[in-house]
Design a protein. Sequence first.
Length: 429
Amino acid sequence: MTNFNQRVDRLFVSHPDLEVLRQILAEEGISAWLVGGTLRDLLLQKEIVDIDIATVGDPSAAAQKWARKVAGRWFWLDEERSQSRVLTSSRLTVDFTPLRAPTIEGDLSLRDFRINAMALPLDGELNQPSLLDPLSGQDDLHSKCLRFCSERSLQDDPLRMLKGIRHAVTLPVKLDDASFTLIKEHAELLKNVAGERIRDELGKIFSSPDAVEGFTLLESSGLLQVLLGQSQPDYQRDLAVSALTSLQQSIEKIEAGIADNEGQTDPFNSRAIFFLATLLRFYRPEKLDELLHKTLRLSRQQERVIISLQQAPSVDWYRLAATLNDSRKKALLVEQLGYFPDEQLLYWAIYEQKISLDKVYNLLGSFYQEQKLGRVPDLLDGHQLRELLHDQPDSSIGEWQTRIKQAELDGQVNSAESASRWLQQQLSD
């Protein structure tokens, strides 16, 4: 345990606010333990950014007092269950939860996986920590085995089935046969879980470096079918796996190109969106809009990106992308993609590889140079078109503006004057 003791000591040295917390808990007479993934990650020598603390009784007042003292931010996670969180100035996330059983050993038995069912008392000497491990979580870590604490683990919170898949693709562990069988037997219980919680776990699975294995586990366990419904009869799994594998390999090569904005905390990042969009192109579930919005609870922007990626650009679009030199025409070509051209262009460069990343950046540069409020300005505005269209309804103005832009791309017009002459010719034919 010497190395573990040293890692615990380094954790408190690198985050002095934690020693302040220990003092407050001692002053309040609250027995508390480090629990869960914190200890697992210490044993795995992973960086600690999240800490879970279990206490005898309600820890909320002590957590608030600590937050005030260290200039952190406290808020409820679940007020009814007295669960709260503190974000510290050192970017540490600390969750506080009362014991769910009369003893710490009883609490640990109610947790999800044995590798997360360990506890370290905070009222002892940290240079000689006494690790509580009643379910032999350390042994499971050493044997790289992921096991539920009990069958009740899934019944108490069916989301733990997705969490098990996520652990299997993000940690050096593998679900044992008995635990995987439990997932298959209880897969339908996932329907009882809030979509927001499902979205977060699925995002972590699909954004992992081993997302293809995550897909395989989701499918073979039955969880994928519960989430997405039945696939179309012509669904070809082998082609889907090949496409997902190719996508994952391409993403690995250009990881920096799909990095999300600094500070983004949504688990459903660009990588996860691209992976899900590719899967859906093959799986083609019914009522895609409803699936994305109601089942997976994705944001409106994420929904639109995924839907836009279900239809690839045409052969003619790619031909123009390769040959156009005029900045405005390149901007018009990008505009044809519709919503979120950045994500679309990057995806098609990665997935179909019919366009290079250099060309993507060149096209986007032209678009953002020419656009105003997200659109390339029209050669003829609405007032000018209304005069030229005479008795045609105003609803036709947008359609004609689109047609004029296509004529510009085709080289038939290049100015307001030529656009006016072209329109008059079209009206007279």
